[in-house]
Design a protein around this ligand. Structure first.
Ligand code: 3PG
Ligand code: CO
Length: 555
């Protein structure tokens, strides 16, 4: 039968303190002026690469290696941390939704059947990120969902859009809104009352995460549910264009707006008897709105009205909380993660990041599961992020505070694994501010140094890696790799992640002699890291895990 017990590794000892560092948004790319990691002073990361070629390598962090539909899909933190923690490749939300839409099964499932009850007398509301970034949602999936809803009896449809500019180029929202408007116009010709009802930029409206700032969710609630917002427009294309031009707001930070009819009334507040679907497949930035839509008892902000609706998520966003209760597509079943195994085998674990990435090394790491496996053996520490700022104004973020906590945890002798996420490269990279991203990369490197010094002090082991690329390439590239220019001849800043591979480095005084990277796994991915880490803790990995990266040669 099944057992959590892991076999002892034949050669590697137990009991060494292991620091596991994930640099968020830290890929490997050719050195040029748009590679902020290259431009920044990063002596620690440089030395890991140069000093120990047998213990530094690259792994894939995008596409099918992390369960995404295609090799054109850039990596992201959800799939990256899932792979790092779970040690296997699971078909991820993006892929599962594609399959469910292609087969039509999505329209036969429990979630759709549940919301369909409202189609006769109520409105179907769709809330989510309007983007083809493929990180949280995809426009083509939204369009298929709308079409299918109309074919299945939906008579009145309202779309509440959140503009992106973070997983895609800033300014691309105008085109996405136009595409959506065209599709809705076609439906109207067929007699379906379909319209965009509200909108706002994803970082300012609705898509907060890990309870960093509930005001973000409240602004969305006011627009989507109550039909109230500081800006009112007759159509959404005009809304996005005007707010960008007049307020100089970027897509990510557009203020909330509602669409009004000729009498000045909001066209789509959410009321009793309506159905609501949040159409993002990715979990982290949907959990908060899901709670607001689902929980009878809720005290995070004043909802003013709590309409009696039927609500379903595109996926279930939190398996432990069963949130939401109804969903259109079943999420990947990421079970038997390395964290759960190691805790069952007595590995005392400490995990830490600041708020904006806290769930990455806990929730995502553990297979989109909140909470501890065993609170007696685990401690998760969240350092509060600065809220209400864009991180280019504080590019150091809480890197040193995170490193400080990790250092204390390592020196305390109370933990076998000390795991952190250093957010700088990613969070500052997403702002598109190149100078600030350089500062961010330096800060992350300094934090790594602090942690490695502590590892040195206790005779421990380190594993340094990243979840996907971002800061190593800040410009959109043409086919030849040259910066692609826009119509006016300007370079286009890349706020998004990349397709680049990421480094994995191992070392430390506790690393047994003769441990080096194998040469017989030509193209490993992030999922190979889990077995590697289990080995370095002195255990064999379960047989269905992706193979370890290390071998032990006689020295
Ligand atoms: C975000 O949610 O901030 C971006 O869409 C993706 O960034 P992450 O995958 O690094 O969290
Ligand atoms: Co990111």
């Amino acid at each position: 039968g099944f057992s959590w017990k892991l076999a002892d590794h034949p050669k590697l000892p137990k009991g060494k303190t292991l620091a596991l560092i994930v640099l968020d948004g830290w890929g490997e790319a050719k050195p040029d002026q748009y590679n902020c990691i290259h431009v920044a002073e990063t002596p620690t990361m440089d030395s890991l690469k140069q000093d120990a070629p047998d213990r530094w390598r690259l792994v894939k962090a995008h596409g099918t290696a992390v369960g995404l539909p295609s090799e054109d899909d850039m990596g992201n933190s959800e799939v990256g941390h899932n792979a790092l923690g779970a040690g296997r490749i699971f078909a991820q939300g993006a892929k599962l939704v594609d399959l469910a839409l292609a087969s039509g099964k999505i329209f036969e499932g429990e979630g759709f059947t549940y919301i369909k009850e409202c189609f006769e007398n109520g409105t179907l509301h769709l809330i989510g990120l309007l983007s083809d970034g493929g990180v949280h949602s995809r426009l083509d999936q939204l369009l298929l969902l709308i079409k299918g809803a109309a074919e299945n009896g939906g008579k009145k449809i309202r779309v509440h859009i959140l503009t992106d500019g973070r997983d895609v180029l800033d300014g691309s929202s105008v085109g996405f809104v136009e595409t959506l408007e065209n599709e809705l116009a076609k439906l109207r010709e067929k007699g379906v009352d379909a319209q965009i009802a509200s909108g706002g930029g994803r970082m300012y409206v609705t898509m907060d995460r890990y309870e960093n700032d509930w005001d973000v969710v409240k602004r969305g609630w006011d627009a989507q549910v109550l039909g109230e917002a500081p800006y009112k427009f007759r159509n959404a294309v005009e809304a996005v264009k005007k707010l960008r031009e007049e307020l100089k707001a970027s897509d990510q930070y557009l203020p909330p707006f509602v669409i009004i009819d000729e009498d000045g009334r909001a066209v789509g507040p959410i009321v009793d008897g309506d159905a609501v679907v949040t159409f993002n497949f990715r979990a982290d930035r949907m959990v908060m709105i899901a709670k607001a839509l689902e929980y009878e008892n809720f005290d995070k902000f004043d909802r003013v009205r709590f309409p009696k609706i039927r609500y379903a998520g595109m996926l279930q966003y939190d398996g432990e909380l069963k949130l939401p209760n109804h969903y259109l597509v079943s999420p990947p079943e990421i079970e038997r993660t390395s964290g759960e195994y190691l805790v069952h085998n007595g590995v005392r674990t400490f995990a830490c990041s600041e708020t904006v990435k806290f769930g990455h090394v806990t929730f995502f790491w553990n297979g989109n599961r909140s909470g501890y496996f065993n609170p007696e053996l685990e401690e998760y520490v969240e350092i509060p992020s600065d809220s209400g700022i864009t991180f280019n104004v504080q590019p150091k973020m809480k890197a040193l505070e995170i490193a400080e906590k990790a250092r204390e945890a390592i020196l305390s002798g109370k933990f076998d694994q000390v795991r952190v996420n250093l957010p700088n490269g990613d969070m500052v990279g997403h702002t598109g501010d190149i100078e600030a991203t350089v500062v961010a990369c330096k800060a992350a490197d300094e934090a790594v140094k602090m942690i490695l010094d502590a590892v040195e002090q206790v005779g421990g082991i380190y594993v340094v890696t990243a979840d996907h690329g971002n800061a190593e390439d800040m410009v959109k590239r043409g086919k030849t790799g040259q910066p692609a220019l826009d119509k006016k001849g300007n370079i286009q800043i890349l706020t998004s992640h990349t397709l680049q591979p990421v480094p994995v480095a191992i070392g430390g005084p506790g690393l047994a002699p003769g441990v080096q990277f194998r040469k017989d796994i030509p193209i490993p991915g992030l999922a190979n890291v889990a077995a590697t880490v289990m080995n370095l803790h002195g255990f064999e990995a379960p047989s269905d895990y992706e193979p370890t990266l290390v071998e032990v040669v006689d020295k």
